[in-house]
Design a protein around this ligand. Structure first.
Ligand code: GDP
Ligand code: IMO
Ligand code: MG
Length: 429
């Protein structure tokens, strides 16, 4: 058996959570392979809405095993808050959730370091979610990190204190006064206390050698879906660096983030919105600063699932989408949030960038708002509601033309069109 991959092709928040949940009944295992609680994956069904940060989006189906892979980083406190929230709705994550013992831990001081690093950057800050993502992956690659599998070891406390002290040395060398630094409104001491309480509860979850568990499961004929977080344009190698996250969000990340061979990758599903959004700083060539941008934000409810920040909105960017499709080797496209543009009379789509006197559809080394000018193709909007539509084949003609144009430009077919946040608002062919 092979591992199918589902990932975002833009700057995150494409709707990965919704689609993973919709696909879950077809899979035995759903595995997150990178990122941490910077992610916010929304799932809506039966009038209820859930936002997951660390737990895979397959958790609502009891017969599916969910796995937090080795490539993911975990803040025990945020993780336990998530577990408790689910339990409040009768979903008991401990029944069908496994954690890789190789997954690294986000320490409270990683979060402090994140804040300090962003403050130091001033105007050029990344716009991080401040969940400690950059510092935790830095420690992983600097070979300083603590992993979930270390939690039960006798020297855990000693190692924690040593790492914490190292972090504080750095923090003190930058900030003379750290008394005002808080974590989600808690003092450092308070947060650290909750973090340790959370660790005691996290120890009760099943921790496994997840690469062995997954490969064995595949050998036994089990079906696996890898769930990406963030989006390809936030990938640390191929995104709009330095305005990126600190992991490989692309399909290749599923191999290193789960311990599976590239031979074992099956279908790669790429998710994109019918337009673009970005939260945080960084270049966004098709961003709309006008009423249309505001309308996308309002109709699409474009506010961060993790931080609540308003998302920047703009037209679909085809050079960027084609680039993401290329680096991921996308087999099938899934278009989200088509309904958000239901009232638009005209729609624009960026087909190329004008730069230095010439036109190109190549995604550049340095994405820029000042040196790149998007070239737009204007298309007629469908300008009607989509609630009565039951399949892709019944979509209004103008929306079908928009989809065909995207398929022609990218060379990949759109297999699912999402027309609302609920599970049921998902159109297939
Ligand atoms: P993720 O991070 O990729 O899982 O996406 P988020 O959950 O952060 O953001 C997607 C948002 O769009 C969520 O609020 C979803 O409930 C919502 N959503 C998903 N699909 C659709 C859709 O087709 N139409 C509309 N209007 N909302 C959608
Ligand atoms: P999901 O999985 C959208 C953005 C942040 C910031 C940059 C770096 O919900 O799609 P970090 O916290 O990683 O240091 O932030 O990346 N970012 C996301 N934007 N969706 C996400 O996840 C994101 N995770 C990080 O806003 O610009
Ligand atoms: Mg999100």
């Amino acid at each position: 058996m092979k591992v199918d991959v589902i990932l975002g092709l833009q700057w995150g928040d494409e709707g990965k959570g919704k689609i993973v949940d919709v696909f879950t009944p077809h899979y035995d295992i759903i595995a997150r392979f990178q990122g941490g609680p910077n992610a916010g994956h929304t799932i809506e069904f039966d009038g209820k809405k859930f936002v997951l940060h660390t737990i895979p989006s397959g958790i609502f189906h009891r017969s599916t095993t969910n796995l937090i892979g080795n490539g993911v980083i975990i803040d025990p406190y945020i993780f336990i808050c998530e577990v408790d929230k689910l339990a409040g709705s009768g979903i008991h994550a401990e029944e069908n959730l496994l954690i890789s013992n190789r997954a690294h831990l986000i320490l409270p001081t990683h979060r402090l370091l994140d804040t300090v690093s962003e403050t130091l950057k001033g105007q050029s800050k990344i716009g991080s979610t401040l969940k400690g993502i950059g510092p935790t992956y830095t420690d992983k690659y600097a070979r300083n990190g603590l992993r979930a599998g270390n939690l039960n070891e006798p020297d855990f406390m000693e190692r924690y204190q040593a790492l914490k002290e190292m972090h504080f040395q750095t923090i003190r060398s930058i900030c003379s006064d750290i008394s005002g630094l808080t974590l989600d409104g808690h003092s450092f001491e308070d947060y650290e206390k909750k973090w340790f309480e959370a660790i005691e509860r996290m120890k009760k979850f099943r921790m496994v050698n997840s690469e062995q568990f997954l490969n064995k499961s595949l050998d036994e004929g089990k079906t696996v879906m890898a769930e990406g977080a963030q989006g390809s344009l936030l990938d640390v190698d191929f995104g709009s660096y330095p305005f990126v996250t600190s992991s490989n969000t692309i399909a290749a990340g599923a191999c290193s983030g789960l311990g599976i061979s590239p031979h074992r990758i099956g279908r790669i599903y790429g998710i994109f919105k019918a337009y673009c959004t970005r939260v945080g700083s960084g270049p966004f060539p098709t961003e709309l600063h006008d009423d249309i941008g505001a309308s996308l934000r309002r109709c699409g409810n474009e506010f961060g699932s993790t931080t609540g920040r308003p998302r920047r909105c703009g037209w679909l960017d085809l050079p960027a989408l084609k680039y993401s499709i290329m680096v991921n080797g996308v087999d099938s496209l899934i278009m989200m949030k088509a309904d958000v543009m239901n009232t638009f009379e005209k729609i624009c789509v960026c087909t190329e960038y004008k730069t230095g006197g010439h036109v190109t559809d190549e995604f550049p080394f340095e994405l820029s708002d000042t040196t790149l000018e998007p070239v737009y193709k204007e298309m007629e909007g469908w300008n009607q509601p989509l609630d009565k539509v039951k399949s892709i084949n019944e979509l209004p003609e103008k929306l079908t033309e928009y989809i065909r144009f995207i398929e022609k430009e990218t060379g990949v077919s759109v297999e699912i069109v999402s027309v609302g946040p609920d599970r049921t608002q998902t159109l297939k062919r």
